[in-house]
Ligand binder design. Structure first.
Ligand SMILES: Cc1cc2nc3c(=O)[nH]c(=O)nc-3n(C[C@H](O)[C@H](O)[C@H](O)COP(=O)(O)O)c2cc1C
Length: 195
């Protein structure tokens, strides 16, 4: 698939078939995601992967699926065959920016922009696009970190960013915000101070 097709096909999918995804496919997706850029090449990216059905059910329960079903939504989390929790190891920045080649580029009060959120977002995007490139679909759910940490057994020093579901799309008619709201125009999002 060429890059523009991957990008144009990507949308958050909330409805999956239960068919499993082969481990080697999941590994390829994660291998791409770990190539995301990171400040100072701190490489803070970490991934918790859950594929066992009972374990996914625990994640789904902790992430509010029962309440969503009660509101009439179709099952999402428990059906998707792969859960990935992208995480960042924030302590990696302390270690990296204490190194002789980096200590000067850290301001006195730390980082104006917390790079772990930037780098975590970059890895999330790589994860989503790599999934599309495999002919699969992905979705993202923001979940309170404490709930996700407990349900997905996230290691103590990793900070979870949310829950990514991966699998075969059942349909992409599930209504998300993107279907209800127009995309901002290029003019609205670009500022050119030299024109
Ligand atoms: C940080 C972040 C949090 C999101 N949280 C949720 C969520 O909790 N539930 C959900 O269904 N979609 C969630 N989404 C998906 C967005 O609603 C979706 O990306 C947006 O509507 C644009 O649609 P598209 O990605 O399909 O183009 C989230 C996306 C991001 C980037």
């Amino acid at each position: 698939m060429d890059f523009s097709e991957v990008v144009s096909r990507r949308r958050m999918v909330r409805s999956y078939r239960p068919d499993p995804v082969a481990d080697e496919v999941v590994d390829r997706i994660l291998d791409t995601a770990r190539r995301a850029p990171s400040a100072g090449f701190a490489q803070p990216h970490r991934f918790v992967v859950v594929t066992d059905a009972a374990a996914r059910r625990r994640v789904a329960d902790a992430c509010g699926e029962p309440a969503a079903l009660a509101r009439g939504l179709a099952p999402w989390l428990s059906v998707a065959p792969v859960h990935v929790v992208p995480c960042v190891a924030i302590a990696d920045y302390e270690a990296r920016y204490a190194a002789p080649d980096k200590e000067a580029s850290r301001g006195p009060s730390g980082w104006d922009v917390p790079y772990w959120w930037v780098d975590g977002g970059a890895a999330l995007m790589m994860l989503l696009l790599a999934t599309i490139d495999e002919g699969l679909a992905a979705g993202f759910l923001d979940v309170p970190a404490a709930d996700l940490r407990r349900a997905a057994d996230v290691p103590d020093h990793w900070t979870p960013l949310g829950l990514v579901t991966i699998g075969h799309a059942a349909d992409d008619t599930a209504v998300g915000s993107a279907r209800r709201r127009p995309r901002r125009s290029l003019d609205e999002v670009v500022h050119r101070p030299d024109r």
